[in-house]
Design a protein around this ligand. Sequence first.
Ligand code: 5AD
Ligand code: SF4
Length: 491
Amino acid sequence: MYQEIDLEIDLDKIDIHAEPPIEEPARQYYFMAKCRKWVKGFEQRNGHLPKSCVLNFGCQMNARDSEKLRGILREIGYIETAEDEADFVIYNTCTVRENANTRVYGRLGQLKPRKKKNPHMMIGLCGCMMQEPEVVEKLKKSYRFVDIIFGTHNIYKFAELLSTRLESERMVVDIWKDTDKIVENLPNQRKYGFKSGINIMFGCNNFCSYCIVPYVRGRERSRAPQEIIGEIKRLVADGVSEVMLLGQNVNSYGKTLNTPMTFAKLLQEIEKVDGLQRIRFMTSHPKDLSDELIEVMGNSKKICKHLHLPVQSGSTDILTKMNRRYTKEQYLSLVEKIRKAVPDISLTTDIIVGFPGETEADFEETLDVVRKVQYDSAFTFIYSKRTGTPAAVMENQVPEEVIKNRFDRLLKEVQTIAAKACAVHEGTVKEVLVEDICDHDPKMVTGRLSNNLLVHFYGGKELIGTYVDVLLKECRGFYYIGEMAEAGKAS
Ligand code: 5AD
Ligand code: SF4
């Protein structure tokens, strides 16, 4: 685990008997100091430090938020552990599809008997699902054993909420409807030493008619470019060479800044950071993907050869009902433009099957796009009705068995095409950033190509975090088995 910022603030020097500061992040450091005092008391009473576990249920934005929670917990003095040993369990929830919510209730049900046996145990819930008022009502009524509930807008207040809980012994609930606030310079604990996600913006203004994200993540707001660049420089100094810029719609980055700036310009500034080797980003909305960005991608040495470009549906009719604001033809010509500017780019996408009113003909249009674009991979989702979104009350909801049939057909098509797209690199040597020991064979390591494909090859853990040229020997559908090649041989 890697602690990100070198805290210049010494928590032990903060006077926790004084009034808490008003301004952030000083206020949160004050509460971290207070919680740390409690942690020391816990250690004296129990002979060991308290243990915590933050579990993530959502997207990469959520994963990054979880790293922030872990950073704060570590600062306070908690030791990270597995869920079944933790004194403090936190679920960072997702609500983009209904089954994400169901999973959380299921796991909470399993925690209840544990908490009964260990009354000192604490349970925290945060993330997108908590931004739904019905969820919080249900928790307050039927899940009284939960200790802290907070949302996506006030995650930076975690130390303050924990401190309140430790003092009051009562359920603490703090949910904000929206915010325009961005609090910088809080601790962070990232999973990998050599790569990191970085939020460049929060929220979404697009209101795709099926999507709950704009309601739970609030209005779009961008971080100032100097804050982003500053964070990247600190990360690079700490060993990071690959960054993933995160936002619901990175292509509209900068529109809400006092001095507006385009995403393409931000990328150019990031490219200048010495020591940074790879830049990734997600997610791109096709309607906002500019010619300027395509040009920057084509000329860049550091931007990875991978673009995730969610299409959602191939039918212009359905796209209109989805409020996506592009047609099938516009999407396909965009793909053509990108392929021309960056010929070896890998394209991936998200597709929803069974949106209300989707006919067989509409679905065939989706299959047609999949065949025309030849995606390297695609995330396929069954449409999930989200209360409060316009699509939830649309007519002609598609019957379950029809959706299932279409989903299976789509998946087959996507897998066949992806296997073909993946195989084109067989026999070439490519540069790989080694990420981990291979899950299936401890004598192998797993790395990622610039185009996001995974490759497993024989090698030891000393390679983790380094760039290695690898011969891609055998394509196994969506990953490669490779062999270390002579340095400098990569194409
Ligand atoms: N049902 C199914 N899939 C959805 N997504 C977002 N909302 C829904 C929904 N209600 C998918 C979209 C999006 C991805 C992150 O999740 O494809 O791109
Ligand atoms: Fe949801 Fe559309 Fe915003 Fe993506 S762009 S988060 S799908 S509303």
